[in-house]
Design a protein around this ligand. Structure first.
Ligand code: ADP
Ligand code: MG
Length: 606
């Protein structure tokens, strides 16, 4: 049986773990080190260098070293404007895709992460003496579909078949064996190098449901380092004033990290600043109490996130049964104390917090490889699920890779006046158009009261239970009329078919998007033409000037002419034009409606 490894692909550090005689274990590097800094350096001759060696190069060759790539995964350039300000990389100018230029080459975030994954893969292969081809990779619970997909792509590029993308807090729970608890509310407090995540999970019969997540994407152990650097700088500034703090920063930071780690075990430490070229050397003493004060506001900030997550899950801190600590920065004693005080209970800290996620990933890997059979499989939906809406477009209710059980509700309405029934067409797949996806089921909701189009409120609910069975129901809210159907979503779909559907959706992404825009424009054109025709018969229309009437008719004719063309931009232009020339008419009709309403009211009041 080939080994499936578990990988924690972290913002600061990454780890790879496997199951050894029924127990998870982090695989060490040749020097015994367990953590691989998530840093990639591009050596002119050797190519990509990952981990501790790359971290060293960060001081010497910052222009050829990248870190914190996880922040960019699955993002569009517009999403990372803030990150770009602090990450000193050479971003390639593009609206569509993030690329970082290093030397003469450009890399996407998944490509950069793939270098780290490749390194972890090789580490495992060397240690285990066998080829490693399959892995479980963890991601934060709040990662969206694009971010999960980017992580999976990175795995593929590294030559790994990613069997599962697993939520980091779920992995931490698995490492503590919490899946064996019948029912519990769990809080996972994860403070890493640069990010803080709090996740509130509901655990029931081996299934983890994410009730709420919160956090701060720019808060972590790095900020503690910065506070220590500030502290040290204040003490030595008067002697180094002429020197550039920015230039000295990497070395100051290194000294600060050492002191921080020392303070975890001891009541006092020294920040050892040594700058031989300036014949400067100083050991600045700092007590743990002083350090606690320096970072107190940061710790308080994490607590505020915890309170918000609890509020979102509608829970009080006392209702949480188990608190799990993850991330290297949760080693700091005052952080532990603060979290303990907030929840009013003991914390799970027995497992090394920087290893706990990777260890859980290894357990999940073993479950998937069939090595553990007495555990329930935590599952995710392999493809998105949704329904067909106007114009044959797929409207997604549950995205692929959502952990199950999952549920989603969306409200739809009718397309034509006096429509008394709707067809609910349940679809599975990633394509924009209904016809390109797999049809899972169809059913009808009848006896909707005959109303003007757009007025009925039809709530469609998707519910996937723990066994992967999908139940779809539709309900008209005014009348309470209801219809539902049970579907087995993954039944009959092999892994190859899923793979094929995903490949097609990537290949056709551009084309699909254009088709969707076209259909939406056509539907809107039909709608606005119908509405305008109706208003031409109104008394308000008669009050318009001949010139206004003329331009409305002309705009309608122009829209009619292009409404079945293949150019969505052209249709949109004509819709805008018609909207513009009917603006005055719409205002007058609105006035009339308001006046009529007031009149009615007066009669009623009399
Ligand atoms: P990430 O999840 O972001 O990859 P980690 O979980 O590996 O990060 O956490 C890294 C952070 O933990 C760093 O800021 C590091 O300095 C901090 N850390 C590691 N060990 C200790 C320690 N003994 N005391 C205090 N902080 C620590
Ligand atoms: Mg982490």
């Amino acid at each position: 049986m080939s080994t499936v490894v578990g990988i924690d692909l972290g913002t600061t550090n990454s780890l790879v773990a496997y199951m050894e005689n029924g127990k998870p274990r982090v695989i060490p590097g040749t020097e015994g080190n367990l953590l691989v800094p998530s840093v990639v350096y591009f050596d002119v001759e050797k190519g990509a260098v990952v981990g501790d060696k790359a971290l060293e190069e960060l001081l010497r060759h910052p222009e050829r070293t990248v870190y914190s790539v996880k922040r960019l995964m699955g993002k569009a350039p517009d999403d990372v404007i803030e990150d770009k300000k602090v990450l000193p990389f050479q971003f390639v100018d593009s609206k569509q895709i993030i690329r970082i230029s290093i030397g003469s080459r450009d890399f996407t975030p998944p490509e950069l992460s793939a270098f780290i994954l490749k390194d972890l893969k090789q580490r495992a292969e060397k240690f285990l003496g066998q080829a490693i081809e399959q892995a479980v990779i963890t991601v934060p619970a709040y990662f969206d579909d694009a971010q999960r997909q980017a992580t999976k792509d990175a795995g593929k590029l590294a030559g790994l078949d990613v069997l599962r993308i697993l939520n980091e807090p779920t992995a931490a729970c698995l490492a503590y064996g919490l899946d064996k608890t019948k029912e519990a509310l769990v809080a996972v407090y994860d403070l890493g190098g640069g990010t803080f995540d709090i996740s509130i999970l509901k655990l029931k019969d081996g299934i983890f449901e994410v009730l709420a997540t919160n956090g701060d994407t720019h808060l972590g152990g790095d900020d503690f380092d910065h506070r220590l650097v500030d502290f040290a700088w204040k003490r030595i500034e008067f002697r180094l004033g002429a020197l550039d703090r920015g230039k000295l920063f990497p070395r100051l930071r290194r000294a600060a990290i050492e002191a921080k780690h020392h303070l975890t075990e001891n009541n006092s430490a020294w920040i050892a600043v040594s700058l031989p070229e300036y014949k400067f050397s100083e050991e600045i003493p700092i007590s743990r109490a002083e350090f606690d004060r320096l970072i107190d506001d940061l710790v308080q900030k994490t607590l505020a996130c915890c309170r918000q997550a609890l509020a979102d899950a509608r829970l009080a801190p006392e209702q949480i049964d188990v608190v799990v600590m993850a991330g290297g920065a949760t080693r700091v004693p005052c952080v532990r104390q603060a979290v303990k005080d907030l929840f009013g209970r003991e914390l799970h800290t027995e497992i090394n917090p920087d290893e706990v996620v990777a260890l859980g990933a290894a357990i999940q890997a073993e479950i998937l490889s069939g090595g553990i059979t007495d555990m329930l499989l935590l599952d995710v939906t392999p493809l998105s699920l949704g329904i067909e809406t106007f114009g044959g477009v797929m409207s997604r209710l549950i995205s692929r890779n959502s952990t199950i059980p999952a549920s989603a509700t969306e409200t739809f309405t009718t397309a034509v006046d006096n429509q008394t029934s709707i067809d609910v067409h349940v679809l599975q797949g990633e394509r924009e158009l209904a016809a390109d996806n797999r049809s899972l089921a169809r059913f009808q909701l009848r006896n909707i009261p005959p109303l003007q189009a757009g007025l009925p409120r039809i709530e469609v609910k998707f519910l996937i239970d723990a066994n992967g069975i999908l139940n779809v129901s539709a309900r008209e809210q005014r009348t309470g009329k209801e219809a539902s159907i049970e579907v087995k979503p993954s039944y009959g779909l092999t892994d190859e078919q899923i793979e094929q559907m995903l490949l097609e959706s990537i290949e056709h992404a551009d084309e699909d998007f254009r088709k969707r825009l076209l259909i939406e424009a056509r539907v809107e054109a039909d709608g606005i033409l119908a509405a305008t025709e109706k208003s031409i018969k109104s008394s308000a229309y008669k009050k318009l000037s001949a010139k206004e009437k003329g331009s409305i008719e002309e705009a309608m004719a122009e829209l009619r002419k292009v409404s079945s063309s293949d150019d969505h931009k052209l249709i949109r232009d004509k819709i805008d034009l018609l909207n513009e020339v009917t603006h005055h008419l719409a205002e007058m009709m609105m006035d009339q409606a308001v006046r009529a309403a007031l009149k009615d009211k007066r009669i009623e009041e009399v």
